[in-house]
Design a protein around this ligand. Structure first.
Ligand code: PMP
Length: 361
């Protein structure tokens, strides 16, 4: 019998040092922590989906190329024929595909801080050194610092979310273009929150050979399906396709997403409703003393309070789940992030927050 090695002998030290991505239990809670669209699909559409799925050949593997779904995406998102599409089991998986493909020894993955935590975590999974360049205090891009970091670290890959999570703002488009021109690596502009912002870099794809654009259906109302996409030139996507597992997008996801994409008006109307609610929540939060509310082009709002962890816990006791960012980055001290929900969820959140604050201040 060999002497079995323990996990800490087999698993890489940088994985042992990680904390797993934490998804808190949310049963029975008003769930405003994960940037989901709070609205269900209309009943008629759900009925059509039910009929469609009744006859799905689940004994067969899905279409590995997802050709029909890609055609629907191309049309719904106005993706030019010049660009290819790569699909992921959520855009999380696309970040992983890119990192795995680019992880030459020592190749650097760069982003800003604070940013979407999976950029950093996936760099670690792929054994890539990660460089996070701090944003300015107002969460805008520190272009000078970015350019200096690019010069110093020569990153293979840069991820920039546009709008950014968890801050909610859009970075200056010209600053992003300057970064794209300054780096010899690839830049992935992550437009997960595109539906809530009136801006996109999609039209820049033809101009910049080192630019790739990432989107997801998660924030649009299909988070449970897990579908993300990368849009870019075939010279890049042909290589990245080799790292994609053949059946990463299941048959149910392909069928349902394609069906819903033929009704994008429904999703876009819901996004408009969320934007209108975002304005209302923001205006309400602005009236509360002791809150600092940051501007948002996404479906969530970041705000600062005096004692974030206390407020977070008190909200939780009232069955309202938001995200506590205190302690995750110095710039996010005492910051909380709330996803915009339905009008009813939002007013419950606002009223309970006001009551809690009036007791703790
Ligand atoms: N990018 C950003 C900026 C995000 O905030 C998220 C989700 N929180 C994702 C990507 C991943 O989304 P998904 O895997 O659901 O497509």
């Amino acid at each position: 019998m060999p002497n079995f090695q323990s996990p800490d002998q087999i698993i890489r030290p940088e994985i042992l040092a990680l904390s797993a991505y934490h998804v808190p239990p949310a049963t029975g809670m008003i769930k405003l922590d994960a940037m989901e669209n709070p609205y269900p699909l209309p009943a008629v559409l759900r009925e059509e989906i039910a009929q469609l799925t009744a006859t799905v050949p689940v004994n067969r593997y899905p279409d590995a190329s997802a050709a029909s779904l890609k055609a629907a995406l191309r049309q719904a998102l106005a993706i030019s024929d010049e660009m290819d599409i790569l699909l992921g089991n959520g855009s999380d998986e696309i970040i992983q595909i890119i990192a795995m493909a680019a992880a030459k020894p020592g190749a650097v993955l760069m982003s800003v801080e604070p940013a979407f935590v999976m950029f950093r975590m996936i760099a670690t999974f792929a054994n890539m050194p990660y460089v996070g360049v701090p944003l300015k205090k107002d969460f805008s891009l520190d272009l000078e610092a970015m350019l200096a970091a690019i010069e110093k670290h020569k990153p293979a890959v840069i991820f920039l979310a546009y709008p950014n999570n968890p801050t909610g703002n859009l970075f200056d488009a010209n600053a992003i273009l300057t970064i794209i021109r300054a780096t010899s690596g690839i830049v992935i502009v992550d437009e997960a929150y595109h539906a809530f912002a009136d801006a996109s870099m999609i039209n820049q794809l033809t101009q910049y050979p080192n630019l790739l654009l990432m989107r997801t259906l998660s924030k649009l109302g299909l988070a449970g399906l897990r579908l993300g996409l990368l849009i870019g030139r075939s010279e890049w996507l042909t290589q990245l396709e080799k790292v994609r597992l053949p059946y990463n997008v299941g048959i149910m996801t392909q069928l349902i997403a394609e069906k819903v994409l033929h009704h994008t008006d429904v999703l876009l109307e819901q996004a408009e409703a969320i934007k209108a609610e975002r304005t209302k929540v923001r205006q309400y939060l602005d009236t509360i003393d002791g809150l600092e509310v940051f501007p948002s082009d996404a479906n969530f709002i970041l705000f600062r309070v005096h004692t974030a962890s206390k407020i977070f816990q008190a909200l939780k006791q009232h069955r309202i789940l938001i995200k506590n960012l205190d302690g995750t980055h110095p710039l996010l001290e005492n910051c909380l992030r709330v996803t915009v929900g339905t009008p009813d969820e939002n007013s419950q959140f606002c009223e309970i927050l006001r009551t809690i604050l009036s007791k703790t201040v």
